[in-house]
Design a protein around this ligand. Structure first.
Ligand code: G3P
Ligand code: CA
Length: 279
């Protein structure tokens, strides 16, 4: 109930690692996702973009400037160009003493921390993880490509047997987007794949908790939830679930639990699981 007490561990809510355990390791790297799996995250969030030669890679920004030592838009670079860049050294290890030292060769670069990550490699990591880990995949700038991002995504998901989940079982993959058109394309090709409509602001159209046709999960930013605390209950009454991003502060975790949200997307899965009494 929206007015209920905050009681860690009472309400099951999924903890989703935003760009991996991105507080501890460089976002969207294998190291960040391995850490999230080790930390016990229920799901992994990733953004996908198409390279000039048609590969889906996990990169948030349009350009690689912030998260690598290169420059330029992902869409103008080929996978081989991205593979030559360092996607990890911009971020110092959270704690030098505890930094993961996965490379047996001391001093050698840790490729898990520095290499560009393809969606294909991330799907392999999840399928080899030995436990159920869900994936929340966000299509970035999908309109630019007139359907190619979704097309490639579905080819890849089909190859891993993930595009057509049985309708009566929870799907291990969901597709998220700020673009209703992108979600529509996904549903047209894979009707049983759950979709999440991301919202930075709560427009008048969706205030009553409804979503674009066929979408079953609302993805409001934490500010939407803070500013419209009734929204979660309204979405639930409309038959939709609510996955909130990006929830890093303990008081926001508490608010989400109190309001009964269904998933928290966070840069700090370990800390959130601890707060929820699950670690
Ligand atoms: O999980 C949704 C959230 O990631 C959307 O915002 O900018 O971090 O992709 P952004
Ligand atoms: Ca995202």
């Amino acid at each position: 109930h929206p007015a209920g007490d905050f009681r860690p561990g009472r309400h099951h809510l999924d903890v989703v690692a935003h760009r991996g355990a991105s507080e501890d390791a460089p976002e969207h790297t294998l190291a960040a996702y391995r850490k999230a799996i080790e930390d016990g995250a229920d799901a992994l969030e990733c953004d996908v973009r198409l390279t000039a030669d048609g590969h889906l890679v996990c990169v948030h920004d349009r350009r690689v400037n912030r998260t690598s030592n290169g420059r330029g838009a992902v869409s103008t670079l080929e996978l081989a160009d991205l593979a030559a860049l360092d996607f990890g050294s911009w971020k110092a290890p959270a704690d030098e003493a505890e930094a993961p030292d996965r490379d047996p060769d001391r001093g050698a670069p840790d490729h898990d921390r520095t290499s560009v990550l393809t969606l294909e490699r991330l799907l392999e990591l999840v399928s080899d993880s030995g436990r159920r880990v869900e994936l929340a995949i966000e299509t970035k700038h999908p309109t630019r490509w007139a359907g190619r991002v979704e097309e490639r995504l579905l080819v890849l998901l089909r190859r891993f047997g993930l595009a057509d989940p049985p309708p009566d079982e929870p799907s291990p993959v969901r597709v998220m987007s700020f673009s209703a058109r992108s979600l529509h394309r996904v549903r047209a090709a894979a009707p049983d794949l759950p979709t999440v409509y991301l919202m930075q602001f709560l427009g008048p159209r969706y205030r009553d908790g409804r979503l674009p046709p066929g979408v079953g999960i609302a993805g409001p930013g934490i500010r939407v939830v803070r500013n419209h605390p009734d929204y979660v209950a309204r979405a639930h009454r409309a038959g939709n679930r609510v996955h909130v991003w990006t929830v890093n502060e303990p008081e926001d975790v508490e608010l989400c639990v109190r309001l009964g949200v269904d998933a928290i997307i966070t840069n700090r899965p370990r800390a959130v699981l601890t707060q929820l009494g699950r670690r």
